[in-house]
Write a protein that binds this ligand. Structure first.
Ligand code: GLY
Length: 335
């Protein structure tokens, strides 16, 4: 089995990312020293991993509805009843929801114990499992409570992508498309292992430069400003990848209207996003007022929204965008 190994370089807390088909079978060999391991996963994931030390499986629920503080409490109480200590670790096996929740439980249990991510979805492998963002939702919003808690090791088993339901796979494709403008260039001709590795390499460099998102890391949210708003709209049932795809094209239209990129670059956004089978236009029936409300409180507040846009200096945050340009760009991504 040929695996790719990369490093997320963080002073004193660097960790390796192992990528390849069947990589999960290397867990026992790679696990950092631990007396025992709490394996956090979901019943539907269905991958029994062997950490090579005494372990117990802790199941969490599926979907955003289970990404709550009460899930963290249940996990931590289960860890405690089992006698998990600071000499032990958490192994999170699954997609982004599992790595977010398992990572956050590890961050707060005994004020922080090591966590290893075994990422089984494209979204987790190229985004969620890398970079230490962990957390849960509140009724008031997504990911409102969390911690930066870097894993000790990440395993991206590309074999698990082969049996991923198409909708779950597509959820990660928006992120893949995003990396085209973060230094990835044309990723669509690469093997899936090479795609994952290239994205991890880019994300590792960004995280190493700006772990706490006070600067450059915000570029990782490219396509997400409108994307998140569209996901929140809910009733349109858009996948994360689909919402980010539309968000990328919208961001290109906006950057074009601000004179930051040319028309060829906008066309390139449409080509790359549609090349991954993702939509480039808003779902039909989404009204102007609903869209404005999704991005800001009202039309006036729209101008206060920070967008992440491509431009001569690369992808960066841009504020103070005139409302009429935002509205014209939304119009350009209409059906
Ligand atoms: N998903 C964006 C980040 O990790 O910063």
């Amino acid at each position: 089995m040929k695996l790719i190994t990369l490093e997320v370089p963080l002073a004193g807390r660097s960790y390796e990312v192992w990528i390849g088909e069947g990589a999960r079978h290397e867990l026992a060999r790679l696990l950092p020293t631990a007396r025992k391991a709490a394996v956090v996963t979901q019943p539907g994931i269905g991958y029994a991993v062997d950490p090579g030390v005494e372990h117990r499986v802790f199941h969490i629920g599926e979907g955003e509805g289970a990404k709550t503080l009460s899930t963290i409490e249940s996990l931590c109480r289960g860890f405690s009843r089992w006698g998990l200590s600071r000499a032990d670790c958490v192994v999170a096996v699954g997609g982004g929801m599992v790595t977010d929740v398992g990572g956050f439980a590890a961050a707060v249990y005994h004020r922080g114990i090591p966590v290893v991510h075994v990422a089984t979805t494209l979204l987790a492998q190229i985004d969620a499992a890398i970079g230490g963002k962990t957390g849960v939702n509140l009724p008031e919003g997504k990911n409102l409570v969390g911690a930066y808690w870097q894993p000790s090791l990440v395993i991206c088993d590309t074999e698990t992508l082969q049996s991923l339901p198409p909708r779950l796979y597509a959820s990660g494709l928006g992120e893949l498309a995003k990396y085209h403008w973060l230094g990835g260039g044309d990723l669509d001709h690469l093997t899936v292992e090479e795609q994952v590795a290239r994205c991890v390499e880019i994300k590792a460099a960004v995280v190493a430069a700006d772990e706490r998102e006070i600067g450059r890391r915000v570029a990782l949210n490219y396509g997400h400003t409108l994307g998140h708003a569209l996901e929140t709209a809910g009733s349109y049932d858009l996948l994360h990848g689909e919402a980010v795809g539309i968000g990328l094209v919208f961001a290109a239209e906006l950057a074009y209207r601000l004179g930051r990129i040319d028309a060829d670059e906008v066309a390139e956004h449409r080509r790359v996003v549609s090349g991954y089978g993702l939509p480039t236009r808003l779902p039909p029936g989404l009204g102007d007022d609903e869209l404005t409300a999704l991005l800001a409180r009202d039309k006036k507040a729209l101008e206060g929204v920070t967008f992440v846009l491509d431009g001569p200096d690369g992808v960066e945050p841009v504020t103070g965008v005139p409302g009429e340009l935002i509205e014209a760009s939304l119009e350009a991504v209409r059906e």
